[in-house]
Design a protein around this ligand. Structure first.
Ligand code: 2AL
Length: 242
């Protein structure tokens, strides 16, 4: 099976981190490719960034459909463009927030999320509500590191680890969800450091897509999830006309 992991931001170094995390859990029968959006913001940490990351993401999914990709991971914790990608793809599309949050519900009664900047807390709360998981969510905490600092700040590992440790204690949680794809390479160390389950959404979503495909489960692709109706698209978005 072919699974494409899409980094909807345009930072190649972050795609490399994401690719390592997905490859670490993929089964022997899975062909993975991790791709970087060819247009859009360098990182996604505002509503504006998120909105403008969606065309690049959808272009990567549309290309994957031409190339015979079986399923997709959206490797940004805002799950940008998830429903639109589901309209385009024949196979399953799973966002890392959805996968990580649902996985956390299977590890106890309550989880905490540790995200990047404080301004992403509201979006995370929206996602928790959107997926119907409020009763499991004990808290959403920001470590106040910008997304790209996760890969460049020499103190990033320590800062995120301490934010996870503090969240676990403050919320009396059973698990921590890492709220950014750029935290994927920190997951194993943080788990060992704080002695609690820590969930990287890239691994969770890759395994979810792989499980769905292994079970032969693809979306029905009809009604709301049929291909979008054809119509003219104009201006810079003209190439998105199907
Ligand atoms: C993210 C993420 O996963 N990728 C990105 O660019 N921004 N998430 C976040 N909370 O800032």
């Amino acid at each position: 099976m072919r699974i494409r992991v899409v980094n909807p931001n345009t930072t190649e170094a972050m795609t490399a981190t994401i690719a390592r995390s997905a490859a670490a859990v993929a089964g022997p029968g899975t062909r993975l490719d991790a791709v970087t959006a060819t247009m859009g913001p360098a990182s996604i940490e505002s509503h504006y960034d998120e909105a403008l990351s969606v065309p690049g993401l959808l272009a990567a999914v549309a290309a994957g459909e031409q190339e015979g990709v079986d399923g997709y991971v959206i490797a940004c914790f805002g799950d940008p463009g998830l429903d639109a990608a589901r309209e385009l793809a024949r196979g399953p599309v799973v966002g890392i927030a959805e996968a990580a949050l649902r996985t956390a519900t299977q590890l106890g009664r309550g989880f905490s999320v540790v995200t990047t900047l404080g301004r992403t807390v509201g979006r995370t709360a929206d996602l928790v509500r959107h997926y119907g998981l409020q009763r499991f969510c004990r808290g959403i905490h920001a470590c106040e590191l910008p997304v790209l600092a996760l890969g460049t700040d020499p103190d990033a590992r320590k800062i995120v680890t301490e934010a996870c440790r503090a969240a676990l204690a403050a919320d009396d949680s059973d698990a921590i969800v890492l709220g950014c794809a750029g935290m994927a390479d920190l997951c194993a160390d943080i788990r060992a450091e704080i002695g609690a389950p820590v969930i990287d959404g890239v691994a969770a979503a890759t395994l979810t897509v792989q499980s769905l495909l292994t079970m032969g489960l693809r979306p029905a692709g009809r009604g709301e999830w049929a291909l979008p109706p054809r119509k003219p698209y104009t201006g810079l978005l003209a190439p998105f006309q199907r």
